[in-house]
Design a protein around this ligand. Structure first.
Ligand code: BMA
Length: 388
């Protein structure tokens, strides 16, 4: 007869071995012709995902709360000694032929920084606050209550399809220009048509049907992948909050052959005092990722100005570290440090600075100086000083 204690040990061992035995060879990018850098990046992210969460910051290298040089400096490096592991960029306005993006970041400078991040083994992710190809206005709509029907007009057969493909040609030209000295293109996690469950962008839920949204995403991937032969991209899908379960999240999901990252933008849950809502959202995306051999990521979040000084250690970390599922989120990206009025990361001297330093000391949290070159092949990755 097996003693109860032995049975318990056996069950515990079985549970522990789930992560250890994870077969990362099943993590294959949705692009079957993906460049080696992308294949290795995806595999390495899968290897780290069960135990570690990488820190990301939008426009980290372009400017900080009180500086604007754009010379490979970041508020996080000034504060902690390391840049973040994930670098967020936005190419909104590239489609207008503008030399600077919607937040005044020069594209020439962005290109240099993206290539340098790649050479340093860090991860670049690009969002796109695309201007409206029909009206010429910004991504944000004037009327959130009524459908604007823009998506229908830019799909194949629509009155403004050509304007849309012109936009995509400019996006493709920028991505093709991200060339390292060895001729390889910097691997990029592209995150188009984000926060589509809200109504604030022209591609939002009220403005297009489920099928139109899926067609928009499908057309975008297909055009970049097959027309422009870009194989240095992983694609992130990142709706905003509002879903209750996997079925809700997947309502507008474009499809497994188009998406690599199961993302979430959530500024709402913690800023309205609902950690249980954030935990539930993260668990939903983590489980979807596991079910489809994909990677889950907290693609946008933050607390503007960090007025709750212990936001990182007392609010966010307990949610990220809540369960095996929440811990399996690959990264969390905080929005940009525009100035004193709008910033989501502390700089030295900020009231939340010490709390962020403590947060980065968690054994689950990784910055750029913790991770290996993400474009190389490893059988196993050991993170020094962060033993799990
Ligand atoms: C918003 C704000 C804006 C910015 C936009 C695109 O959330 O940060 O100031 O223009 O994102 O980066």
């Amino acid at each position: 007869m097996i003693a109860k204690a032995d049975l318990l040990v056996a069950v515990l061992l079985l549970c522990q071995s789930v992560t250890a035995q994870r077969d990362v060879s099943v993590f294959i990018p949705s692009d079957k012709q993906a460049d080696t850098g992308i294949v290795n990046l995806y595999r390495n992210m899968a290897m780290l995902a069960p135990d570690y969460i990488m820190i990301g910051h939008q426009d980290a290298l372009s400017y900080g709360i009180n500086w604007k040089e754009g010379i490979y400096r970041s508020d996080l490096k000034d504060l902690t000694g390391s840049h973040p592991a994930i670098f967020g960029w936005d190419i909104g306005a590239i489609e207008l032929g503008s030399p600077i993006n919607l937040d005044s970041v020069p594209f020439n400078e962005m290109r240099k920084n993206i290539i340098q991040v790649y050479l340093d083994g860090g991860i670049n992710t690009i969002s796109w606050h695309a201007y409206n190809p029909v009206t010429g206005k910004s991504s944000w709509v004037d009327d959130k209550n009524n459908s604007n029907g823009i998506v229908a007009k830019i799909l194949p057969g629509g009155s403004h399809h050509k304007e849309f493909t012109n936009q995509l040609d400019k996006v493709a030209a920028f991505i093709k220009s991200l060339k390292a000295p060895d001729g390889s293109l910097a691997p990029i996690i592209f995150r188009p048509w984000h926060e589509n469950s809200g109504n604030w962008f022209w591609w939002g839920a009220i403005h297009c049907s489920v099928e139109e949204y899926k067609s928009l995403y499908h057309f975008t991937v297909d055009y970049l992948r097959n027309m422009h032969h870009l194989h240095n991209l992983l694609y992130a899908y990142s709706p905003d909050v509002g879903f209750k379960d996997a079925a809700g999240y997947l309502e507008r999901y474009p499809g497994n052959d188009l998406v690599d990252i199961i993302g979430l933008d959530d500024y709402n849950s913690l800023n309205t005092g609902q950690p249980e809502k954030l935990i539930s959202n993260l668990e939903v995306i983590a489980q979807i990722a596991i079910d489809h051999n994909k990677i889950a990521a907290f693609t946008e979040t933050g607390s503007n100005r960090l007025e709750r000084k212990e936001y990182f250690t007392k609010e966010l970390l307990p949610c990220l570290d809540h369960s095996d599922l929440t811990r399996s989120i690959s990264w969390v990206l905080f929005w940009r440090n525009a100035d004193e009025k709008q910033h989501f990361m502390p700089a030295p001297g900020h009231p939340a600075a010490q709390d962020f330093i403590e947060f980065t000391k968690s054994k689950h949290i990784l910055m750029l100086n913790n991770i290996p070159d993400m474009y190389k092949y490893y059988k196993k990755i050991n993170i020094t000083g962060k033993d799990i």
